[in-house]
Design a protein around this ligand. Structure first.
Ligand code: ATP
Ligand code: MG
Length: 220
């Protein structure tokens, strides 16, 4: 059975869609991956349509989150779910988290992003007992101290996080317009670094799952 992995958080613009598309791309190198867009804003759908048939994973959108449990019958290993970032999306987010096996919660490293994230965790994630990891995103590669400070804040609050942080690279901002995902840039050192960030996030995720259950998500 596939694992349902929402990329979630009630703050807009922190990188949910970017994380979902990029992690789906690296995970698709070793697993059967579906990405489902449940955000009424449909940004992932817009991106996927521009990518046309070049996407390395399958893509669909689903406006009724009540249908999510049916996804488990599909022949995939991992199903990432891109979720809405606004408070109007609260019911959607609740339905998605009810069905989730593991949640990824991206945030920017600034305290003003971390505060609403903490609320999301205590209000909607912890009450469901769903395992999650916070992912620090858009970390300025020239200012690694930003990540260190944010990590201290998260660790001091007992929040679970990925060890890996995702750095801020222009390639991430440009890729939706170019109709590409991160693994489809082959010719630059920065692109390799951008892929490497998500590759390490994926490895951490697989290690967490391997630790929790004997099911291995793996080779096609
Ligand atoms: N690691 C990164 N490096 C550079 N730009 C990034 C990175 N992650 C996200 N961005 C950019 O930040 C903006 C917001 O990202 P994204 O749309 O993924 O956030 P979101 O949480 O899905 O937003 P929403 O709440 O509106 O759905 C986009 O312009 C995206 O390209
Ligand atoms: Mg989004």
């Amino acid at each position: 059975m596939p694992r349902l992995i929402p990329v979630a958080g009630q703050k807009g613009g922190v990188g949910k869609t970017t994380t979902a598309m990029s992690l789906a791309a690296v995970t698709a190198r070793s697993s059967r991956v579906l990405l489902v867009d449940v955000d009424p804003q449909q940004s992932a759908t817009w991106w996927a349509e521009r990518a046309d048939e070049d996407l390395p994973f399958d893509f669909t959108n689903e406006t009724d989150p009540g249908n999510l449990t049916r996804l488990r019958e599909l022949p995939y290993d991992v199903i990432f779910i891109d979720t809405p970032g606004s408070l109007e999306g609260r019911d959607v987010l609740a339905a998605v988290l009810d069905a989730a096996d593991f949640a990824i919660l991206p945030t920017e490293p600034s305290p003003l992003s971390i505060a609403p994230l903490m609320r999301t965790i205590s209000d909607v994630v912890r009450p469901r007992g769903v395992e999650y990891r916070v992912l620090l995103n858009k970390v300025d590669p020239r200012v690694p101290q930003d990540a260190t400070d944010a990590e201290a804040l998260l660790d001091g609050s007992g929040v679970d996080r990925f060890q890996t942080v995702v750095r801020n690279y222009k390639i991430h901002a440009m890729s939706p317009l170019e109709g590409k995902v991160v693994t489809q840039y082959s010719d630059s050192r920065i692109a390799a670094k951008a892929v490497d960030d998500y590759q390490r996030v994926a490895l951490e995720m697989f290690a967490i799952w391997a630790h929790r259950s004997p099911v291995t998500v793996g080779a096609r």
